[in-house]
Write a protein that binds this ligand. Structure first.
Ligand SMILES: Nc1ncnc2c1ncn2[C@@H]1O[C@H](COP(=O)(O)OP(=O)(O)OP(=O)(O)O)[C@@H](O)[C@H]1O
Ligand SMILES: O=C(O)[C@H](O)COP(=O)(O)O
Ligand SMILES: [Mg+2]
Length: 646
């Protein structure tokens, strides 16, 4: 799927006074008293809305909640207003509908920086039918469209897909981008053995996913409401448990396919059954083949937990969607808690990549206080599973494509290209990154000798001429004379924050086993590169959303007309990193009108189990610093007196 245009490419000129239709996934779990039990999806939607408000936009926020059939008060978005208002710092206005006269009036009355939350779009059956007339009505109150609903990106609905026919530009929100950045990388080339754990209650939609998962995973663990259809298909009695009668044949064929493909398909051997669907139900543990009449299975049993844990111990990548049981009731939370604990343990002690997706699954992990320990918490359940299957998500496909450009190192010009696959980005960046180092070294005249070594290797601009140390020993100054309208200190502060964020990702990963695959002939790429780049991008985009950015992993994004170009090497020295050899760094530089303006390199020193970092920064006219102390190029002209830095 081609890269999508980001909301970060929209500047104040595009947004001030404009009504922006933002589709978020605010499908959060609510308890019987309509209290939010997990606000992850609301919190995740905030950066995009805040960004738009800061730029003077008027935000019309839309979402679904649950799967209502027609107008159902239980599924109203009204209970979300206080938390949304608190997180956004504005009083969110709530409409009673998502289309119609009242919405038109409220939208027209919105002030710059105001937010109008529409009522559940699924109160209309036309939403899920992707009815063009309904989409047109939704779109009619806005000027442009932002889709940040990653959790619903696998649905071609009116508010996720249909509206893009009526609103332009139609761009991706920050959450959508962040999710795609992480998940596409992590699931495209997972470190094997790869396990998927699928549970929850959306049996009819997710049972279909299993077939495609069999082609990707080595271990498939089933739990939650999913299992009873399989038991019934095998001839077991299932009492009053959740069963999809019309999927029995599918369940049988999936068991056979798993066998044929050599995938270890694990169903719980025992289950916890209840006499009713309630927190205070009578409960007991029984073999999966002996569910008594009139009872329903609400959790997996202790034997199953043991078998699942042992299977997970052998895996290096695990994706989990759907709780193992009705974890909302304490009595039936043991299976879900045990899996959450197991995944947290595997992530922290063995460096296993763990991805938890889905509204309720994430809620369960949050409830257990383990979310921080997982590799990635995704706001998408079904969406992340479909991504894993290799499917194209219609909500993403419908968005405008990012303008793709190629950078010519001769000067700061960007040449649009027809297609720009990863390799092409990479080829483009490689010389440019070296160019950046050499130029920054030369520019400040005070770069550490390490960079001067690179200078000696020559600049790709001219095969070793400009930017290199000349015969007379002088370093030509090619820095931008100014950092432009942004003061050097501000630019440096953001570069340093960004580099620090990237370095934290690397520090977290440096002693753990890595998921390495090959991007080019001898070029290692790890998940860490990608994660480091995504956190760096988050910092940069938040502060300078309209700057142009060249990242080694993601290519070019941002406003082509920007006078600033950021060059990001999120893990400079991946091969060294991958082998624990102490010479790698996070390198970030900014050019103003094509000339180096500022840069920071966070270098990793030390060695396995005793890593530390050294931060080198420089800005045009502002000198160079190492860990905050000013540094100078040696004045010596004798090679024998040179001291090489690393
Ligand atoms: N055995 C079971 N019988 C009935 N419901 C179950 C059972 N096990 C789990 N559940 C319910 O499944 C629900 C969550 O399922 P769901 O498929 O929605 O997962 P999710 O993580 O929210 O994914 P998504 O984001 O795709 O909705 C929970 O509310 C839980 O109570
Ligand atoms: O919870 C989810 O996975 C999303 O909000 C999508 O919901 P849906 O499965 O009801 O479309
Ligand atoms: Mg759910």
């Amino acid at each position: 799927m081609a890269a999508k245009r980001s909301v970060g490419t929209l500047g104040e000129a595009d947004l001030r006074g404009k009504k922006v239709f933002v589709r978020a996934d605010l499908n959060v779990p609510l308890d019987d008293a309509q209290k939010i039990t997990d606000d992850t999806r609301i919190r995740a939607s905030v950066p995009t809305v805040k960004f738009l408000l800061e730029k003077g936009a008027k935000v019309i926020l839309a979402s679904h909640l649950g799967r209502p059939k027609g107008v159902t008060p239980k599924y109203s978005l009204k209970p979300l207003v206080p938390r949304l208002s608190e997180l956004l710092g504005v009083d969110v206005v709530m409409a009673n509908d998502c289309i119609g006269e009242e919405v038109e009036k409220l939208a027209a009355a919105l002030l710059e920086g105001g937010v109008l939350l529409l009522e559940n779009v699924r109160f209309y059956k036309e939403e899920e039918k992707n009815d063009p007339e309904f989409a047109k009505k939704l779109a009619s109150v806005a000027d442009l469209y932002v889709n940040d609903a990653f959790g619903t990106a696998h649905r071609a609905h009116a508010s996720t897909e249909g509206v893009t026919k009526f609103l332009k530009p139609a761009v991706a929100g920050f959450l959508m981008q962040k999710e795609l950045d992480y998940l596409v990388g992590a699931v495209a080339n997972p470190k094997k053995p790869f396990a998927a754990i699928v549970g929850g209650s959306k049996v009819s939609t997710k049972i279909g996913v299993i077939e495609s998962l069999l082609a990707k995973v080595d271990v498939l663990i089933l739990g939650g409401g999913m299992i009873f259809t399989f038991y019934k298909a095998q001839g077991y009695a299932v009492g009053k448990s959740l069963v999809e009668e019309d999927r029995l044949e599918l369940a049988t064929s999936l068991i056979e396919k798993a066998k044929a493909k050599g995938v270890s398909l694990l169903l719980p051997t025992d289950v916890v059954v209840a006499d009713k669907f309630a927190a205070d139900a009578e409960s007991k543990t029984v073999p999966a083949s002996a569910i008594p009449d009139g009872w329903m299975g609400l959790d997996v049993g202790p034997d199953a937990i043991k078998t699942f844990s042992e299977a997970l111990d052998t895996c290096n990548t695990i994706i989990w969607n759907g709780p193992m049981g009705v974890f909302e009731f304490e009595k039936f939370a043991a299976g879900t808690d045990a899996i959450a604990k197991k995944l947290a343990e595997l992530t922290t002690t063995k460096g296993v990549t763990t991805i938890i997706g889905g509204g309720d699954s994430v809620a369960a992990v949050e409830k257990a206080g383990l979310a921080e320990k997982m590799s990635h918490i995704s706001t998408g359940g079904g969406a992340s599973l479909e991504l894993l299957e290799g499917k194209t998500l219609p909500g993403v496909l419908a968005l405008d494509e990012a303008e793709e450009k190629r950078i010519t190192p001769e000067h700061n010009t960007y040449v649009p290209v027809d297609h720009n696959p990863q390799q092409e980005h990479h080829n483009t960046l490689k010389p440019y990154s070296t160019f950046l180092h050499t130029e920054l070294a030369a520019a400040t005249g005070s770069w550490p000798p390490r960079a001067r070594l690179q200078v000696r290797q020559g600049s790709p601009r001219d095969g070793g001429g400009t930017g290199a140390v000349r015969r007379d020993g002088q370093v030509p100054k090619v820095a931008s004379p100014t950092t432009g309208p942004i003061p050097a200190a501000k630019l440096l502060a953001v570069i340093q924050d960004a580099a620090k964020a990237g370095a934290e990702v690397i520090m977290e990963a440096v002693n753990k086993p890595r998921n390495i695959h090959y991007k080019g002939v001898a070029d290692l790429v790890t998940d860490t590169d990608k994660l480091s780049e995504s956190v760096i991008l988050e910092v940069v985009r938040k502060k300078f959303p309209d700057h142009l950015i060249l990242g080694e992993e993601g290519g070019v994004i941002g406003d082509a007309l920007s006078e600033y170009l950021w060059c990001i090497d999120p893990l400079d020295g991946t091969t060294n990193f991958a082998h624990g050899y102490p010479s790698f760094s996070v390198s970030i530089g900014v050019l103003f009108r094509g000339k180096p303006a500022a840069s920071t390199v966070v270098e990793f020193c030390g060695g396995p189990m005793c890593w530390s970092t050294c931060t080198v920064s420089a800005s045009s006219g502002g000198g160079a610093y190492c860990n905050g102390q000013k540094i100078h190029v040696s004045k010596t002209d004798k090679v024998t007196h040179f001291l090489l830095y690393k």
